[in-house]
Design a protein around this ligand. Structure first.
Ligand code: MLT
Length: 262
C-alpha cells in the first residue's frame, strides 16, 4: 500500500497483524533498494518502507534537514502507523538515522539491523568532501555527482555483472530534487557521533557488511559491532556498500536467521 505520512511517501507490504520491520534506505537512494528483502519477508512480517525526506518520492520542501529531523520523520511513521516495537533496519545513512533513533528512543524498537554504516560522525576530511559535493551539484547539476557516488558504492563483482541495474539506479537518483540531495549531505555532515551509545544498546542487533564495502569497510563495522552487547556481525561476499542489493540471497538468509531467533 502507498501512503503519505507527514508528507513522506510510505510503502507497506504484508499484513499489519504481523511483526513490523521498518526499513530506512541509504543515500542517495530510495525505498526500492529494499525490494528483495521485502519480497522475501512480507509473507511473515509487516514491511514498512519510506523515502527519506528530499529523496525518491518524498518532497524536499525547503531542503533544510538535520539528522534530528530525519529521526523525527522516522518517529512520525512509527507513531502514525501505530507500529508496536518494530525491528529497525537501516543502511548507511539509514544506519545513521537508526543509531540516532536508538539513542533517542530505544524503547520504541525491539531489535536493530545495521547495514554498511558507522557510528562515527564525519571527520574533517569527510565534511570537506560533503561540501565539495554540494559545490559540484551547484556547478554541474546532480547527474555527475550521483554517477560517481553511486558507482563507488558497488563492489567489483556487482559492477562487472550488473551494469544495467547500476545505470538504472544512477538515472533514477539523478532525477531527484537537488535540494533534497544537498540537504541530506548537510544532515550527514552535521550528525552527532553515536559511538558512545553503542554499549547502551540492549536490544538484539545484527550488523552486516559487504566484504568489498569501500565506504564503511568490514574492519570499521566489526569494531562497531564489538561495542554492541551481543551483536552478531556478518560479512557478505561478492558485495560492496549496498549488500541488500548486491547479494540479496545471503543477506536475506542472514536476516531471516536473526529474525527467527529474536
Ligand atoms: C549512504 O550509502 O547512505 C552513504 O554512503 C552515507 C554517507 O555518505 O556517509
Amino acid at each position: 500500500m502507498n501512503l503519505t505520512i507527514n508528507d513522506l511517501a510510505v510503502f507497506t507490504n504484508g499484513s499489519s497483524n504481523k511483526k513490523p520491520i521498518v526499513f530506512v534506505h541509504g543515500f542517495p537512494l530510495d525505498h526500492f533498494m529494499w525490494d528483495k528483502q521485502v519480497d522475501f519477508l512480507s509473507d511473515d512480517y509487516y514491511c514498512v518502507r519510506y523515502d527519506i525526506r528530499g529523496l525518491g518520492n518524498s518532497p524536499a520542501g525547503d531542503g533544510q534537514f538535520t539528522m534530528e529531523s530525519f529521526v523525527d520523520d522516522l518517529e512520525s511513521v512509527v507513531v502514525d502507523l501505530k507500529l508496536n516495537k518494530p525491528v529497525l533496519c537501516g543502511l548507511s545513512m539509514g544506519g545513521y538515522i537508526s543509531l540516532r533513533a536508538l539513542e533517542r528512543m530505544q524503547d520504541k524498537f525491539s531489535a536493530v539491523i545495521l547495514f554498511d554504516t558507522r557510528s562515527e560522525a564525519d571527520a574533517n576530511e569527510g565534511k570537506l568532501k560533503r561540501a565539495a559535493g554540494i559545490k559540484r551539484i551547484n556547478a554541474e547539476g546532480l547527474a555527475p555527482f550521483t554517477k560517481d557516488f553511486i558507482t563507488n558504492c558497488y563492489g567489483e563483482y556487482y559492477k562487472q555483472n550488473y551494469k544495467t541495474e547500476i545505470d538504472k539506479r544512477i538515472l533514477k537518483s539523478s532525477q531527484f530534487d537537488p535540494a533534497g540531495v544537498k540537504g541530506s549531505l548537510l544532515a550527514m555532515l552535521g550528525r552527532n557521533d553515536t559511538t558512545g551509545y553503542l554499549n547502551k544498546i540492549n536490544i538484539p542487533a545484527l550488523v552486516i557488511c559487504g566484504e568489498q564495502d569501500a565506504l564503511t569497510p568490514p574492519e570499521v563495522m566489526k569494531s562497531m559491532a564489538e561495542k554492541i552487547n551481543g551483536a552478531e556481525f556478518i560479512v557478505i561476499k561478492n558485495s560492496g556498500h549496498l549488500s541488500p542489493v548486491e547479494n540479496p540471497g545471503d543477506v536475506n538468509e542472514a536476516v531471516k536467521n536473526f529474525l527467527d531467533r529474536i
